[in-house]
Every structure is written in structure tokens, then in C-alpha cells.
Design a protein around this ligand. Structure first.
Ligand code: AMO
Length: 430
């Protein structure tokens, strides 16, 4: 029995008879010789059929190939398989609707998404997912190194966390329930247990708008930490998490980065930051458009600020902090020094918001007052408010949207291109 060798390891086995396994990526029939290209998790292997033999299996058939590893500088990695015997493992496949061996898929995005189980096998689409995976590993590694504990909290919940509008309702044994828009309440509760926690999990938003950066389900990288003085400390941890993500992308996903030609942002020791009010003044002065009094940043203004940050600070990343309280959720801590403003922040990367965060309220009475000020009844939040009846330290946290992050790293214009099986207003399948 010959054991399996991965495509990338073939050069170490020159002269040996080995077995490779994978998908028939491409069949190339030249006048005098037929090549098979086999794709496995490590890359591509070239197989040269012996003269007089042929292979009529369609592309994407799962195959085992036994053969002799032969050095050939023209083959991927410098070695190929000769004198092969090819066994179809799953029987001949149906020919795929796309030529996955072409450098790029030329179909429209909806068509690519309709065929996601197959199209995700394309090296360029797969590369985006590899970069996501490395990013998450980096997020975990950075926070593990800072004394955080990973937590797992429910996604079926009794109240909205972010706003009442874009929440998916469920019938929960005859009672109303919701899909969690974020782990916000639970990550705060878990600060009472561990002080520092993070969670990597899906978040659900019934987003009514069809944009390139909104999905109905996305992966949220959340962190929350106690015993802070203000939101600046949260921004420092956020910076370290982002730096850790870039480090692991560089380390683990180098082939994907090279294939997609990603220019990874460098993360400065201190990411430049601007107060929201100063940001509005800059935008007004820089664009000639009067934006004073705005409560939030329009996408065009986020883009303008990032161009400014790249010009002035040489940074693709920019924190905007001190958003008006009115534009942030009820749990956001006000800025005691600037009435009307909060200790909430966003992190912008290359023109798009990828992170929201801030310091939270931590006293029970402050929560009751904040809900009352927004005209919201406290009843639906009973489970959440319980946390603050039993002593909570000043705390804060943030959440990074994985799809947006990966899209910005890879230059994908749409989060759907870097999300496996995206869910949106119009898409529930595959
Ligand atoms: P927020 O609602 O801003 O904050 O979400 C945090 C980050 O998640 C991403 N994001 C989305 N990505 C894709 N599709 C969507 N519909 C979508 N909505 C949000 C963005 C965004 O920056 N609880 C707070 C976080 C906190 O304060 O800790 C929250 O959920 O990248």
C-alpha cells in the first residue's frame, strides 16, 4: 500500500513510486502527449500519461493517481508524475459549468454564487477564504496572548441588541424570539466571569438594503474587556488584534496573498485617530460640503477620511472616536467631558468601516436611564440588565466584520466574493 503524497511534497520524492489524490483540475491533450493536472489541498500536480494511453474523465472527477515522481523543471514545483495509473474514486463527475482551471472565472457574481459548491474550488475564490481563516487564527492568537478567554454564546435570543429594525424574528416554541444581531449582551456578561473575552460567531441582520458591504448573516469577531479607564484602551487592544490578524495572514496564507496580489496594510504602533467633531470639520473644509451637525459618517465621507489618513499619516487605518451618542446603541458610554458625544469609535480601513466599538455603561441605573431616554421599555432587556445588578467593572469592546475585512484585504469589491455561501435579501441558497 503506497501512502498518499500531497502535490506540494512531490519534489521530495523524486524517483519514488507514490500516490496522489485530488480533483482532476485540467486535462490537456497535446498532439504527442496528454497531461492531467490534479488539484489537492496543497496545490497542483502534473501527471503525464504514457504514450498510447488516454483519459476521458471529465474535470472535477475525484481521482487517485499512482506513478513515479520525475524531476521536470517545467512542471509545477519542479516534479511530475509519470507512468501513471488513474483511478476514479467517485465515478465520472458531471462536467462543471465553469472551467475552473482558467486563471479567473468570467461569469457574473450571481452565477458564480449560484454554483458556489463548485466555484469556491477555484483557486482565486478559495484564496479569499484562506485569508479569512488566517485572519481569524490571528485574531485568536493576539487575544489569547493578551489574557482573553474564548466564549460561545447563544444565537437565539429574547431581545434585539443593536436596534429593533433589522432583527430576524423566530417562533420559539410559540414565543417570539430573535436571531442575535451580535453577542453584545453576552460578551458584556462574560466580562463579569473572565474580565477579558472574545467570540467568533455568526451575527444576523435583516438588512433591507442590497449593498456590497451588508449581508443578512456575517461572521463577527467580538472582544470585550473589563477594568478600562476609557475607550482608548479598547482601541489599543483592537489595534493589537488587527496587527495579529495581518501577521498570521502573512505567515499562513502567503500563497493566497501572492495569487490575489494583496497589498496588506501595515499596522502602525499607534493607529491615527480623530474625534468625530474634528472629522466633520476636516470634511467640511476639505470637500467644501457643510457636514456640521451630521450624526454619522456617510460612506463617501469615510472614504474621504481614509484618503486624508493615507496622505497625512501614511496609514490605511484610521480610528474615528467620540461619535454622537444619538448614533450609537443605548449601551454606549457617554463622554463626560463633551455632552452629546460618546466614548464609541469606529475603525476605518481603506475607506470602509470594519470595526465598531467603545466603552459601555456599567452601572444598572445608567442602563435604566439610557433606555428611558430612548423611549425603550426595560422589560425586554431584563436578562441583560441582571448583569449590572451584581457589580460590573468599567468595560468596553469591539467587533470586526470578517467579510468586510477580507474584502478590503483582497481588493474584492463585494463581501459576497469572500464569503462562502452568502445570505442576503435575495439569496438563501446554495
Ligand atoms: P456594528 O453593528 O457596527 O457593531 O457591527 C460591527 C461590525 O460588523 C460588520 N457588520 C456587517 N458586515 C456585513 N454585513 C452586515 N450587515 C454587517 N453589519 C455589521 C461591520 C461592523 O463594523 N455590538 C457592536 C460592536 C461593539 O460595539 O462591540 C456591533 O455589532 O464590519
Amino acid at each position: 500500500m503506497i501512502s498518499r503524497v500531497l502535490s506540494a511534497d512531490l519534489p521530495a520524492h523524486v524517483g519514488e513510486r507514490v500516490m496522489i489524490a485530488g480533483w482532476l483540475h485540467r486535462r490537456r491533450e497535446l498532439k504527442s502527449v496528454t497531461f492531467l493536472v490534479v488539484r489537492d489541498r496543497a496545490g497542483l500536480a502534473q501527471v503525464v500519461l504514457s504514450q498510447g494511453t488516454s483519459c476521458d474523465l471529465p474535470e472535477e472527477t475525484v481521482v487517485l493517481v499512482r506513478g513515479v515522481v520525475t524531476a521536470n523543471p517545467q512542471a509545477p514545483g519542479g516534479a511530475e508524475l509519470t507512468q501513471p495509473t488513474v483511478t476514479a474514486l467517485s465515478g465520472p463527475a458531471v462536467a462543471p459549468p465553469f472551467d475552473l482551471y482558467r486563471p479567473t472565472l468570467t461569469a457574473t457574481l450571481p452565477t458564480i454564487l449560484d454554483h458556489a459548491p463548485t466555484t469556491l474550488r477555484h483557486p482565486r475564490l478559495r484564496a479569499g477564504l484562506e485569508i479569512s481563516a488566517a485572519s481569524v487564527a490571528g485574531f485568536r492568537a493576539a487575544l489569547d496572548g493578551l489574557g482573553f478567554t474564548e466564549v460561545f454564546t447563544p444565537k437565539i435570543v429574547e431581545s434585539a441588541t443593536e436596534s429593533g429594525a433589522n432583527v430576524f424574528r423566530l417562533d420559539y416554541f410559540g414565543r417570539p424570539a430573535y436571531l442575535a444581531q451580535s453577542p453584545q449582551f453576552y460578551k458584556q456578561a462574560m466580562v463579569g466571569v473572565f474580565e477579558r473575552v472574545y467570540e467568533v460567531a455568526p451575527a444576523f441582520r435583516a438588512e433591507p438594503s442590497d449593498t456590497v458591504r451588508h449581508l443578512a448573516e456575517f461572521t463577527s469577531l467580538d472582544a470585550e474587556l473589563g477594568f478600562i479607564t476609557d475607550h482608548r484602551e479598547v482601541m489599543e487592544v483592537c489595534r493589537d488584534a488587527v496587527a495579529g490578524m495581518i501577521d498570521l495572514v502573512r505567515e499562513r496564507a502567503q500563497p493566497a496573498v501572492a495569487l490575489l496580489g494583496c497589498a496588506l496594510p501595515s499596522v502602525p504602533e499607534q493607529i491615527p485617530y480623530l474625534h468625530f467633531a474634528d472629522a466633520l470639520e476636516l470634511i467640511s473644509a476639505g470637500t467644501g460640503e457643510d457636514v456640521t451637525g451630521e450624526l454619522d459618517l456617510a460612506p463617501a465621507h469615510e472614504r474621504w477620511l481614509c484618503e486624508w489618513s493615507a496622505r497625512e499619516h501614511g496609514s490605511d487605518l484610521l480610528f474615528v472616536h467620540g461619535y454622537p451618542l444619538a448614533s450609537k446603541p443605548f449601551y454606549t458610554h457617554p463622554d463626560p467631558a463633551r455632552p452629546g458625544y460618546s466614548r464609541g469609535f469606529d475603525l476605518l480601513l481603506r475607506g470602509t468601516e470594519i470595526v465598531s466599538g467603545g466603552q459601555r455603561l456599567h452601572r444598572h441605573d445608567d442602563y435604566l436611564a439610557a433606555l428611558a431616554a430612548r423611549g425603550e421599555p426595560a422589560g425586554p432587556y431584563a436578562g441583560y440588565l441582571q448583569v449590572f445588578e451584581h457589580g460590573m467593572p468599567p468595560h468596553g469592546g469591539f467587533a470586526i466584520g470578517l467579510g468586510r475585512w477580507t474584502a478590503l484585504l483582497t481588493g474584492a469589491p463585494n463581501v459576497r466574493q469572500v464569503t462562502a455561501f452568502p445570505r442576503d435579501l435575495n439569496r438563501l441558497s446554495p
